[in-house]
Design a protein around this ligand. Structure first.
Ligand code: SF4
Ligand code: SF4
Length: 235
């Protein structure tokens, strides 16, 4: 069904989307079922969409103790997420109008506060769609902009042609592990058969950002986004 896929990819560009891909979710069904439940896991495909964050904002994050840098990042983060949510809703509507089911997943929302997880991992979907690999910082790393992007997902039963995962490009790099102020990253290379806890102590990151919020008014840290050489390099 390349006609609908091409139409949706073209439409997504008009909506401010930089990266568009389709994931075959059937290979990860058990994982998705455990995280999101029966309804989420009932969809065989998903569209993954990403919007690149502005370099002028991310390049300031080495000053992440200074309000001008972190408030700038916080505002940008919120506006990009809002646009992703609008785009996912409009893409889902196009799919439904074409006669298929479509279920947009909010760009940034925990549904499991104990495990600090959404209904589905946008990073997993983007990885399956071939948009990038999961780095040591547990973020999606893309060849074009590293981790400097935000993601959203639209689940669907439309038989769209799916992409394929690309190889991990972290190599010997450990910059994101070394920069983390609370040692949240374990440095373990991504293995789809292992739970996230093997790679990321998410509670340490969460507690650190909560302390920052009390102290600075904005919790976001993102040093592991700033430091990745795949985002720092200029094409
Ligand atoms: S956001 Fe900051 S605290 Fe959290 S993992 Fe990245 S570097 Fe560590
Ligand atoms: S900073 Fe290095 S180790 Fe971390 S995600 Fe980027 S390339 Fe991989």
């Amino acid at each position: 069904m390349s006609g609908l896929r091409d139409e949706l990819a073209g439409y997504s560009k008009d909506l401010g989307i930089d990266l568009f891909g389709v994931a075959d979710l059937t290979t990860a069904r058990d994982f998705i079922l455990r995280q999101g439940g029966e309804h989420v896991a009932s969809f065989p495909r998903a569209i993954s969409m990403g919007t690149r964050l502005l370099d002028a904002v991310i390049d300031e994050l080495y000053r992440h103790e200074e309000p001008s840098a972190i408030y700038g990042y916080s505002g940008h983060y919120e506006s990009v997420n809002a646009n992703l949510d609008r785009a996912s809703m409009l893409i889902a509507k196009r799919i439904q109008d074409a006669g298929f089911k479509a279920y947009p997943q909010v760009a940034s929302q925990y549904v499991n506060m104990r495990r600090l997880e959404g209904a589905i991992s946008h990073k997993l979907v983007a990885n399956l769609a071939g948009l990038g690999w999961i780095g040591r910082n547990c973020l999606l790393i893309t060849p074009s902009c590293g981790p400097r992007l935000r993601l959203v997902t639209v689940l669907t039963d439309a038989p769209l042609e799916a992409g394929r995962p690309i190889p991990n490009g972290c190599g010997d790099c450990r910059k994101c592990v070394d920069v983390c102020p609370v040692n949240a990253s374990t440095g373990t290379t991504f293995d789809p058969s292992e739970p996230r806890d093997v790679r990321l102590r998410a509670h340490l990151c969460r507690e650190y950002t909560q302390r920052r919020e009390q102290r600075l008014g904005v919790g976001l840290c993102a040093l592991c986004v700033y430091v990745c050489p795949h985002g720092l390099k200029k094409e």
